[in-house]
Ligand binder design. Structure first.
Ligand SMILES: [Fe+2]
Ligand SMILES: [Fe+2]
Length: 359
């Protein structure tokens, strides 16, 4: 029989505390979940997600050529020589409003190019939020180039920030936390500021509660460039339902929705999502992508705020098919660099750099 640990991020005083979890460095308590019982991790009043940057790289063809030259998408991401002018990165500011009105900020991912991430962090005041410890935690969705290689841009402001990190991350990604330098290969990272804070290494079959109504679930899914596994943020918004916030969503949005339906109290009510949905990252259409539109329709979500590796082509088709795609603005066009697709787009189906969405 499978046991699911229920880890609380704060000292638990309620009945049901079993034993100290002893997971990684977590000074937390584990809750044995009874068979058939659905997880209830509480509720929040609202959620605001600000897109700091969803532009991982500025031109798909250039990145594609770099990866091809290194041997293709199954190469080790630390062995690819990237065109450094092309690099951006993914990061989002996630602001939770608790039922009592208290607001807490989380940073999801830390981008790729330090130049680009320093620029967007300054634009949105993330650098000063880190310095003043206004941001509670850094959640690394996964250690892919565009979500993790910019680690130094966060740590140089707050080396002791708590980090949630996928247990499946590559050995070099763990070394980067400690201050490794892989920058001899163009576009590969260095980190001159070793991490000194709490490191929560996530694993499957565990729900990591950040606060009432906010949790992280780790999914062990394969991705390109030898990367595996992804941390997904789940929120339960009072009177609305569940919202997922993702980096790339490599496990697939339908998997995430089904996880909530199977495991969470009132999990059948999925209200919305934010982030990359990894459907057509290189904008090549496959008829299977229609199935995701059909699949999502049956869940009656109310706000689909997508960007990044979703694919403009999918988001436009989904909007035309009647899915509630949240429209962005053209604020990304005022940034010092603009992705080739953002320029060529025919619609605002992406929550772009500088846009926000509230759930
Ligand atoms: Fe990504
Ligand atoms: Fe990814």
């Amino acid at each position: 029989m499978k046991r699911r640990d229920f880890l609380k991020g704060v000292a638990a005083t309620s009945a049901g505390v079993a034993v100290a979890a002893g997971v990684g460095s977590l000074p937390k308590q584990a809750f044995a979940k009874k068979k058939g019982e659905k997880e209830d991790f509480g509720e929040i009043k609202s959620l605001k997600v600000k897109c700091i940057s969803e532009t991982s790289w500025f031109d798909n063809a250039t990145l594609g050529a770099d990866i091809k030259a290194a041997g293709g998408i199954n190469s080790n991401q630390y062995d690819v020589a990237y065109n450094t002018d092309n690099l951006g990165g993914y990061a989002a500011l996630v602001e939770v409003e608790a039922l009592d009105g208290k607001k807490t900020k989380y940073l999801l991912d830390t981008g790729w190019s330090n130049d680009w991430i320093d620029y967007v962090f300054e634009k949105d005041g993330i650098d000063s939020m880190l310095k003043t410890k206004e941001i509670d935690t850094l959640i690394i969705s996964h250690d892919h180039i565009d979500h993790y290689f910019g680690l130094e841009s966060t740590l140089k402001h707050q080396p002791d920030i708590r980090i949630f990190f996928p247990g499946t991350s590559m050995p070099k990604s763990f070394e980067l936390l400690k201050g490794a330098d892989f920058s001899a290969t163009p576009g590969c990272p260095k980190n001159a500021t070793p991490h000194t804070g709490e490191l929560v290494v996530t694993k499957t079959d565990t729900l990591y509660k950040l606060q009432d109504g906010a949790a992280i679930v780790f999914f062990d899914a394969p991705a390109t460039l030898q990367v595996r596994g992804e941390n997904v943020m789940y929120f339960k918004i009072k009177d609305k339902g569940y919202v997922t916030v993702t980096g790339c969503c490599h496990p697939g949005i339908l998997t995430l929705i089904n996880h909530g339906r199977r495991n969470f109290k009132d999990g059948e009510k999925m209200y919305g999502c934010y982030g990359g949905l990894h459907i057509s990252p290189f904008e090549n259409w496959d008829p299977k992508m229609d199935d995701i539109i059909t699949g999502l329709k049956q869940y009656k979500m109310e706000k689909i705020a997508c960007n990044h590796c979703t694919g403009w082509i999918w988001a436009e088709k989904a909007a035309n098919a009647g899915l509630p795609i949240v429209m962005g603005t053209d604020s990304n066009l005022s940034y010092k660099k603009v992705g080739t697709l953002a320029r060529a787009k025919t619609s605002n189906v992406y929550i772009g750099n500088g846009d926000s969405v509230t759930f």
